[in-house]
Design a protein around this ligand. Structure first.
Ligand code: HEM
Length: 427
């Protein structure tokens, strides 16, 4: 039996989803149970599951039949190219994944701790005091800098300045509907139309690529370095493949981590009892980060495009459809999480892991390769902000969740006022 779902026309489902993704998921869940079908304009039907156990069954298709890469390829290929772990499947995906994983393991990224601390401290020192500003952009500045210095390994000041200016524009242009949704067959034509957004995007991409290829050539001539680029240059990957993976890490790791941090402050500034225990208890800080990603997962789904039918209990999802967890629903499953709406870092203390039903980084073999770096960045940056500043919110009402590309972001971009700390927290 095909999983049930709203009978509304696809256009109405798409509009509802875009206006209020979590509300749409919750309503479908209430009405149709833990496995339901949504229909969006221009895409194959998508089956969502609402429990960790069902999600695991979908993730098991990573061993054959589920193509996470193809599910993303059409939108992402203009930006990340043809050699990206995000969009490859099968053997070519595995060949890249094997090479990208070692430099991003927990033990490796732990070596970035001090530099992330420095980057955060540098940036925080320039934040405005005593007047409202939005934290999300500030977090994007910090996470971009982490990627530029620790992943791309750029040290040259002029180059850093140029990339700081170009990359946000490239990401913005590359994820705009006019580029991501441009039919692949029409892309070469659109690239020649004067003033077309697609052409502007290509121009930006060419500027960024020129710098990256030059950097790759320079580093090949003088090997070494502890940054991720240095490590990738020791592998058999060619220049174009390395360029594609650098942009992949930028795309997958920049806005996501910044949005996770924006949510962390959106929540913490409304939870004085939790804030009180921060930032110096390391174990508690780690639990806070995990709880933030549970109650406000940044990425709302982790779909697979099925090339074989998938049985989920009494349901069968046909080949050619998408299947994947609705991450906000899995994270609020009352069978696993006691009072799921409550923010309780204690859930993650004392070795309690709930691994099966905690999936802010997806799962299966396609599990986020940058998860350890993201968790480290979140811990370090939260700690550095709280050590230096007293933040408060301008409006005590919680911020709504707004769809922003493939992420759910705070609607007011985490609006805060900062004041210098009267009594510095212990270093
Ligand atoms: C809080 C921050 C982050 C969140 C919430 C996040 C979330 C995710 C999710 C949900 C997926 C899909 C997993 C699946 O399909 O099962 C993913 C994949 C991926 N992420 Fe992250 N991510 C974050 C940070 C990062 C960082 C910092 C990097 C890189 C340095 C990164 C690189 C990637 C890559 C390359 C993939 C594709 C993996 C593959 O298909 O093999 N992510 N991420």
């Amino acid at each position: 039996m095909i999983p049930p779902g709203p009978r509304l026309p696809a256009a109405a489902q798409t509009a509802w989803f875009m206006a209020d993704p979590v509300g749409f998921f919750e309503s479908c869940h209430r009405r149709y149970g833990p496995v339901f079908t949504a229909r969006y304009v221009g895409f194959p039907p998508e089956v969502y599951v609402a429990t960790g156990e069902l999600a695991e069954q979908v993730y098991r298709t990573d061993l054959g039949g589920g193509r996470a890469g193809e599910a993303r390829r059409d939108f992402l290929e203009p930006l990340v190219g043809a050699h990206s772990v995000l969009t490859l499947d099968g053997d070519p995906w595995w060949a890249h994944r094997k090479l990208l994983t070692p430099p991003l393991r927990a033990r490796q990224v732990a070596g970035y701790h001090d530099e992330i601390t420095e980057i955060a401290a540098e940036r925080i020192a320039a934040w405005p005091l005593g007047r409202p500003f939005t934290l999300r952009e500030r977090m994007q500045d910090i996470t971009l800098e982490v990627i530029l210095r620790l992943i791309f390994g750029i040290r040259d000041a002029a180059r850093l300045t140029r990339l700081r200016r170009l990359l946000p524009g490239l990401l913005h242009a590359g994820s705009a509907m006019t580029v991501a949704m441009a039919p692949p067959g029409l892309r070469s034509v659109l690239g020649r139309v004067p003033f077309a957004p697609y052409r502007r995007f290509l121009r930006l991409k060419a500027d960024v690529d020129a710098i990256l290829y030059d950097e790759i050539a320079r580093r090949r001539a003088a090997p070494g370095g502890t940054d991720v680029l240095g490590r990738l240059l020791e592998t058999e990957l060619g220049d174009e493949e390395i360029r594609d993976e650098l942009i992949t890490m930028l795309l997958a790791g920049h806005e996501t981590t910044a949005t996770g941090l924006a949510w962390a402050f959106e929540r913490l500034l409304r939870l004085p009892a939790v804030l009180e225990r921060l930032p110096d208890d390391e174990e508690y800080l780690d639990a806070v980060v995990r709880e933030v990603l549970r109650v406000r997962p940044v990425v709302y789904e982790a779909p697979r495009l099925l090339d074989a039918p998938l049985r989920l209990g009494e349901h069968e999802v046909p080949a050619g459809w998408y299947a994947g967890p609705s991450i906000p629903l899995v994270h609020h499953d009352p069978a696993v999480w006691d009072e799921p709406q409550e923010f309780r870092p204690e859930r993650f203390l004392g070795g309690q892991q709930h691994t099966r039903s905690w999936m802010p980084f997806g799962g299966g073999r396609r599990f986020c390769v940058g998860a350890q770096l993201a968790l480290l960045e979140m811990r370090v940056i939260i700690r550095e902000v709280l050590r230096r500043l007293d933040l408060s919110v301008t409006d005590p009402a919680p911020e709504a969740r707004r769809l922003k590309n493939v992420t759910l972001a705070p609607a007011r971009r985490t609006r805060v006022v900062a004041r210098a700390r009267v009594r510095a927290r212990a270093a």
